[in-house]
Design a protein around this ligand. Structure first.
Ligand code: NDP
Ligand code: MG
Length: 386
């Protein structure tokens, strides 16, 4: 039986991870859960799964949660509380599904304590890929991707040798604005951006998918997960989201992984690897899909993809800055304070102000993240920015 800690248990990935676990009760036990502030759902999850530790990051919610479930579970609060859930003694695997850089420190601590990671929180690798993968090696733990593209690549690679990989082909749906012109993008609304054609996800990643920043973050994630240089990662727009990604090998053979867009498949694989368990979900029928299409991404229209690749080439510190600026940009866009195109334009300006720092440690990541957010906010207040 695998003993699991689910960080971000109330979110899109977290609740789907719990569905997978609910479907295979004999295989898993949940000993820790953590979320930001959704006390209602945390309470329901405590009553169902009876974890030993339940953490709420928002300290103002501690009393309320404790009064509701204090007799059933140990309640912890704040970032330290989330770290307690991440490092829960009896857990062997941590589902890292907090959104944003808030997932980094708990995930880092889980690795140091020898936990295997089922990684959804791509921001962990975007902001600290070199540090994290170094700790994964040092602590001899498994880093198993949940992100569908990276799960696909992981499956395509199977046991192949690193020097046999010629390139990674990272597919992208293109998001809700794939066919819009740059001019049309000037006037898109938050509601338009939240309508993803193929996936139902949390708000932050949905906006990232509309700007294609999500694909940029995934290029950085792939660079660290698979130890692949950015030049060997090709982004390919594939609107049907059936081929989740592919790998081209030295002999020209391309191996791809296919399936319906359903996050429970990569979540489950990360939790059961190297085994596969049956699922009750709908199956892909190639004959009913009929046709699959592919295009090159337009990085003039979707500047964020270009900026992420630029940051990756600039160095580790630039990726922290890119991420911090993007998190602020998404917040401001969702609250109606900046336009869709301001997102890329302001991130670009923030990156322009950054001087790359080499060999950053985990504390410097936090400091750079703070600098990036403050710089982004002051740039957004000056006025935008075409
Ligand atoms: P959601 O917004 O749906 O959920 C986020 C979760 O994180 C919630 O449980 C939230 O708690 C919790 N959370 C937020 N801040 C904190 C904090 N400071 N401390 C502890 N918990 C916190 O996001 P998603 O599930 O969509 O995404 C999670 C991660 O997975 C992201 O990094 C995303 O990029 C990645 N991912 C998501 C995919 C998807 O299909 N959704 C696909 C591939 C990757 P609360 O509910 O209380 O606010
Ligand atoms: Mg993805």
């Amino acid at each position: 039986m695998r003993v699991i800690s689910v960080l971000g248990s109330t979110g899109s990935i977290g609740t789907q991870a719990l569905e997978v676990i609910r479907e295979h009760k004999e295989e898993f036990r949940i000993d820790a859960i953590a979320a930001h502030s959704n006390v209602d759902l945390l309470e329901a999850q405590v009553r169902e799964f009876r974890p030993k530790i339940t953490a709420v990051a928002e300290t103002a919610k501690y009393k309320e949660l404790k009064s509701r479930v204090g007799g059933l579970t140990y309640v912890a609060a704040g970032q330290e509380g989330v770290v307690e859930a991440a490092t829960c003694e009896s857990c062997d695997t941590v589902v890292s599904a907090i959104v944003g850089i808030a997932g980094l420190i708990p995930t880092y601590n889980a690795i140091i304590k020898g936990k295997n990671i089922a990684l959804a929180n791509k921001e962990t690798l975007v902001t600290a890929g070199r540090i994290i993968m170094g700790e994964v090696k040092r602590n001899n733990v498994k880093m198993l991707p949940v992100d569908s593209e990276h799960s696909a690549i992981f499956q395509c690679l199977a046991n192949s040798k690193h020097n046999e990989i010629s390139k990674i082909i990272l597919t992208a749906s293109g998001g809700p604005f794939r066919t819009k012109t740059l001019k049309e993008l000037e006037n898109v609304t938050v509601q338009d951006a939240l309508k993803h054609p193929n996936w139902s996800m949390g708000k932050k990643i949905t906006i990232d998918s509309a700007t294609l920043m999500n694909k940029g973050l995934e290029v950085i994630e792939a660079r660290w997960l698979f130890d692949i240089m950015p030049e060997s990662i090709e982004v390919c727009i594939h609107p049907q989201s059936i081929i989740h990604s592919a790998v081209e090998f030295a002999d020209g053979a391309i191996i791809a992984q296919l399936g319906l867009p359903d996050m429970k498949i990569p979540i489950q694989y990360a939790l059961t690897y190297p085994e596969r368990l049956s699922t009750s979900g709908e199956r892909l029928s190639l004959t009913s899909i009929g046709k699959l299409t592919f295009y090159k991404p337009d990085t003039e229209k979707f500047k964020c993809l270009k900026l992420a690749i630029k940051a990756l080439k600039m160095g580790d510190s630039a990726c922290v800055v890119l991420n911090g600026a993007n998190e602020e940009a998404v917040k401001l866009f969702l609250s109606g304070k900046i336009s869709f195109l301001d997102i890329g334009n302001l991130i670009e300006k923030t990156l322009d102000k950054h001087k790359t720092v080499k060999n950053i440690n985990i504390d410097e990541v936090s400091a750079l993240d703070k600098w990036s957010r403050e710089t982004f906010i002051s740039l957004s207040e000056v006025g935008c920015c075409k």
